[in-house]
Each structure stands twice: as structure tokens, then as C-alpha cells.
Ligand binder design. Structure first.
Ligand code: SF4
Ligand code: MG
Length: 324
């Protein structure tokens, strides 16, 4: 069977005054139906640009300059803007980090969710209203009958995020991309929303790409994990394997800075140094200026992502040594 989603050698670059910035630089992965793939990495590692590339939402000065994105065997990069829009509403949905920027302030909540039903399932206004209320209840909004008549600014951040999720799920997508879906919310609401995504994805056999820098969330939600650094995937493994046997020094750093999974928040920033300036990437391994294992070779040779054990790929010249 074909993969639900296959990204192969994706390159998305941005034109800046100082030159071309490779934001995503040759990224490959797959997502199966019913599976949650977490993409983790610091901000600036290319996670969000990867998701925007899949959604067909990269716009100037950004551009997909290489690679292939296949959804159910269909080459997305060959679709017209119109075809892509249709796919976005029907088969692929995204939940963004900032709900306020994604909801239209001048329409009621019922109107906005209802539009999904009207447009994509051809329901009447009344049918769409009923469906919207049902969906709001599904995402844990108790007084949905009242909420459909509210405007976005009348809701709390947590409520708005639930509305966004309701909208994203209303079209029953086959693929859901959740980009830092809960970062802006308080911890209790975060947990509820993540539960919701998980439940709904299992019920509907939805493939999920979960973009996050929170390893606690990864441990709870993901089946597989891809770790991104400086526009590339540096490690990929099942969630268990990654936490038990991390193979890349960067991943080890991330996990090492994880005293207790439940307490962990935004620990990725505790690795010394920062993501390199993509305009002047270091020679050799992009991670070498921050790597405790680096030696001379790392400053000149660039490692490739290689499968070391079944389903576990690592991009490091010293992978064997690091493992010991
Ligand atoms: Fe560190 Fe070298 Fe491995 Fe890069 S290749 S992660 S610098 S040990
Ligand atoms: Mg982001």
C-alpha cells in the first residue's frame, strides 16, 4: 500500500537580501494512516517550513526548490493552486500555533466551522450549524449552542484553539498537521487538546504530523520521531527507540536536558550554542560547533542520514562511538 504521505528530498529555500537561505534542506520522511510522526527541533530548524511546504502554503520569498511530496500517491507539487486548495479543505488540515491569527474576527464561530461543512460536504446552512455544534461538543466545548454565536475575541485562548481544532477536523482530514498546537496554552488545556487530537486521530485513522519542541508531548503522542537540525533530519526512530537509544549527539543533548518528562518544557534551549546561521552554515557536520563528540573529521565531512538498526536512522560520523 502506498504511504499516506511521502516527502522525499524536500528543499525549501528563502530569498533574502544576503542570499538564499536553505530553510529545509533535503528532508525525507513518510507518514502512514493512523500514525503520529513528531518532528522536533529548535525554532529555526525548519519544522514549520516543512509543514507549510506540505500544505502548499510557502509563498515568496520562500520557494520549494527540490524534492517531491506525494499524498496518497498524488504528486502535490504538480497540483494547481485550485486543486491544492481543495485538498487542503478536504484531505489535509493544519492547526496553527496562533488561533487568533487564523480565525476570522468578523464571523461567528458557527459561521466559520459551518463554512467547512457547507463548502466541503455541501450541507445546508442549518445542517452545517447542527454539525458545527456537534463538532464543538466533540472538542470538549460544553455550551456549544451558545458558542456558535460568539465571535473569536469573546473566547479564551484555549477555547479558540479548540475551535481551530474543530475546524481542522470538520472536514475529516486524512492528514492532520499540528504545528505547536498547544504552545500558547496553559498546561491543563494543553493536555486536553493533545488527548483530543490523539483520540480523534485513532478513531478516524488520521495520519498526524505533530510539530513541537516539547519532548514531553512527543513521548506522550508520537509513534515515530524525526529530529530536525538546521534544515535537515539528523535522527529518525520509533518514539521508544529514540528515548531509549538516542543515536545523535543533538538528540542526546535534548534528552539529557530532560530531568523529568512531566516537568520538561522548552528544554531544547538548554544545549549550549544555537542553531547556525543558515546563510553561513559551518563546513562538515552542521552540528559540530555545539557537539561534545566532534573531532577534526566532523569539521570537514558532512554526515548522511543512515539507517543503523531497523527503523532507526542517524546522521553522524561518530554514530558507532556515540552509541557506546
Ligand atoms: Fe557530532 Fe561529528 Fe556526529 Fe556531527 S558528525 S553530530 S559533529 S560527532
Ligand atoms: Mg514553528
Amino acid at each position: 500500500m502506498t504511504h499516506l504521505l511521502e516527502v522525499h528530498g524536500l528543499k525549501t529555500y528563502f530569498k533574502t537580501e544576503e542570499g538564499l537561505v536553505p530553510s529545509v534542506n533535503g528532508v525525507s520522511f513518510t507518514v502512514e494512516r493512523g500514525e503520529t510522526l513528531a518532528i522536533v527541533g529548535e525554532s529555526g530548524s525548519g519544522k514549520s517550513v516543512t509543514s507549510m511546504s506540505i500544505m502548499g502554503l510557502v509563498s515568496s520569498p520562500g520557494k520549494i526548490v527540490g524534492g517531491k511530496i506525494t499524498f496518497e500517491g498524488q504528486d502535490l507539487l504538480k497540483l494547481s493552486a485550485k486543486e491544492m486548495r481543495k485538498l487542503r479543505g478536504n484531505d489535509i488540515s493544519i492547526i496553527f500555533q496562533e488561533p487568533m491569527t487564523s480565525l476570522n474576527p468578523v464571523f461567528t464561530i458557527g459561521n466559520q466551522i459551518g463554512e467547512v461543512y457547507r463548502k466541503h460536504q455541501g450541507l445546508s446552512k442549518q445542517q452545517a450549524q447542527v454539525k458545527s455544534i456537534e463538532m464543538l461538543e466533540k472538542v470538549g466545548i460544553a455550551n456549544a449552542i451558545k458558542i456558535v454565536h460568539s465571535f473569536p475575541h469573546q473566547l479564551s485562548g484555549g477555547m479558540r484553539q479548540r475551535v481551530m481544532i474543530a475546524m481542522a477536523l470538520a472536514c475529516r482530514p486524512k492528514l492532520l498537521i499540528a504545528d505547536e498546537p498547544t504552545t500558547a496554552l496553559d498546561v491543563t488545556i494543553q493536555a486536553q487538546i493533545l488527548d483530543l487530537i490523539e483520540t480523534l486521530s485513532k478513531e478516524e485513522n488520521t495520519g498526524v504530523i505533530l510539530i513541537t519542541h516539547d519532548l514531553g508531548v512527543v513521548a506522550e503522542m508520537a509513534d515515530r520521531v524525526a529530529v530536525m537540525y538546521a534544515g535537515e533530519i539528523v535522527e529518525e526512530a520509533s518514539v521508544y527507540e529514540l528515548f531509549e537509544h538516542p543515536g545523535h549527539p543533538y538528540t542526546i543533548g535534548l534528552l539529557g536536558s530532560l530531568p523529568n518528562m512531566n516537568e520538561q518544557r522548552e528544554r531544547l534551549d538548554s544545549i549550549p550554542g544555537s542553531v547556525p546561521n543558515m546563510l553561513s552554515m559551518p563546513e562538515g557536520c552542521p552540528f559540530h560547533p555545539r557537539c561534545a563528540y566532534a573531532d577534526q573529521e566532523c569539521t570537514v565531512s558532512k554526515p548522511q542520514l543512515v539507517e543503523r538498526t531497523a527503523g532507526h536512522a542517524v546522521s553522524c560520523l561518530k554514530a558507532e562511538e556515540v552509541r557506546k
